[in-house]
Design a protein around this ligand. Structure first.
Ligand SMILES: Cc1cc2nc3c(=O)[nH]c(=O)nc-3n(C[C@H](O)[C@H](O)[C@H](O)COP(=O)(O)OP(=O)(O)OC[C@H]3O[C@@H](n4cnc5c(N)ncnc54)[C@H](O)[C@@H]3O)c2cc1C
Length: 47
């Protein structure tokens, strides 16, 4: 189980699924509620 559908959780879940691992995601936000925007750019260094 992966908790939290932020960048880290979604990347982990996608990576595991691509390797054939069944993934269950848990997210505390309500269905279809968007996350609070915390990013206006993604720098090369952060990546
Ligand atoms: C004000 C601000 C500005 C920023 N600006 C930038 C920027 O310009 N560029 C940049 O690259 N980065 C920026 N960052 C950093 C970036 O937002 C974080 O590095 C990134 O969001 C971290 O991803 P994460 O998946 O670890 O956590 P988060 O994005 O916080 O995702 C965590 C998820 O887990 C969920 N969750 C929490 N508790 C539970 C629970 N108990 N059960 C299930 N789900 C749960 C939350 O709802 C959320 O969806 C900024 C951060 C802040 C605070």
């Amino acid at each position: 189980m992966v908790e939290g559908a932020g960048p880290v959780g979604l990347t982990l879940a996608t990576d595991l699924a691509q390797r054939g691992v069944q993934v269950l995601m848990a997210e505390i936000r309500d269905f279809a509620q968007p996350p609070n925007v915390k990013c206006n750019h993604v720098s090369e260094r952060r990546m």
